[in-house]
Ligand binder design. Structure first.
Ligand SMILES: [Mg+2]
Length: 260
């Protein structure tokens, strides 16, 4: 018999909502977790918005949640640097304002220089040659590379635009020996940060997502049972990854609560 479920880590898009529409049962399920005192945290690879913005979107759908209930890949990347290299780590940041704020919240020393210990790479509409040059020089000097998410394309209203993974490919072309740590799914780094925030063990926590190759892979890599939310279409194992369970709504999860 498997261990009781005492905490939940969940993806947002495709699980709690799709676009602007809440998924069936999601608002009710989250309200029930809150009432029963079940710890939960939502994780997203989207690092171009803040946890405050995600919480506001959820509030608008009737989910009672604060920014502490959402962990973005940007937050997770900054936390990872804080845990691995210590607060005060000199860090060169490529990213939007929210990523700088995440770095500062973590106590990192943001520096616009090549003599840093870490390069933190995220999505940046203001990306330019000068920033890439500082990053490449820092990496050649031996700085570590921490990346928010691996996605190479972002879906937009009129097609696609290049995402962080494309910038990462450029940096790796210039500095092939660099071994980046990627926070976002399918890496387990963001899930481990989520567990640390929840104060829960992998054994008693589940990961919920709608994508096998990102959500289920990330959850299982971090040692969590990982549930695939699928609306009607029977899921097949993908790339040898099999979800631990299949659910149709968040209401299908049998949580035991913190004491259960
Ligand atoms: Mg999703």
């Amino acid at each position: 018999m498997s261990a009781p479920i005492k905490a939940v880590v969940s993806d947002l898009d495709g699980v709690v909502y799709r676009g602007e529409i809440p998924m069936p049962g999601a608002v009710e399920a989250i309200a029930a977790w809150k009432t029963r005192g079940v710890p939960y945290l939502f994780v997203t690879n989207n690092a171009s918005k803040s946890s405050e913005q995600f919480a506001a979107k959820l509030n608008g759908m009737g989910v009672d949640i604060g920014p502490e209930g959402v962990l973005t890949a940007g937050d997770a990347a900054a936390s990872h640097i804080g845990h691995q290299f210590g607060r005060g780590t000199r860090t060169f940041v490529i990213g939007e304002k929210v990523l700088f704020e995440a770095a500062e919240r973590e106590g990192l020393t943001v520096a616009d220089a090549a003599d840093v210990e870490v390069v933190l790479l995220g999505f940046d509409y203001g990306l330019n040659y000068a920033k890439l040059t500082v990053a490449v020089q820092a990496l050649l000097n031996g700085a570590k590379l921490v990346v928010t998410n691996p996605d190479v394309l972002t879906l937009t209203s009129d097609g696609y635009e290049p995402c962080v993974g494309a910038t990462l490919a450029l940096l790796k072309a210039s500095v092939p020996e660099v071994e980046p740590v990627v926070a976002g799914k399918p890496s387990p780094v963001m899930i481990r940060e989520a567990l640390a925030r929840l104060g829960s063990s992998p054994e008693h926590t589940i990961m919920v997502g709608d994508q096998v190759v990102t959500d289920i892979m990330a959850g299982q890599s971090a040692g969590l049972r990982s549930f695939l939310l699928t609306t009607g279409v029977p899921a097949r194992p993908v790339d040898g990854i099999t979800p631990d369970a299949m659910i149709q709504t968040l209401l299908d999860i049998e949580v035991s609560g913190p004491a259960g």
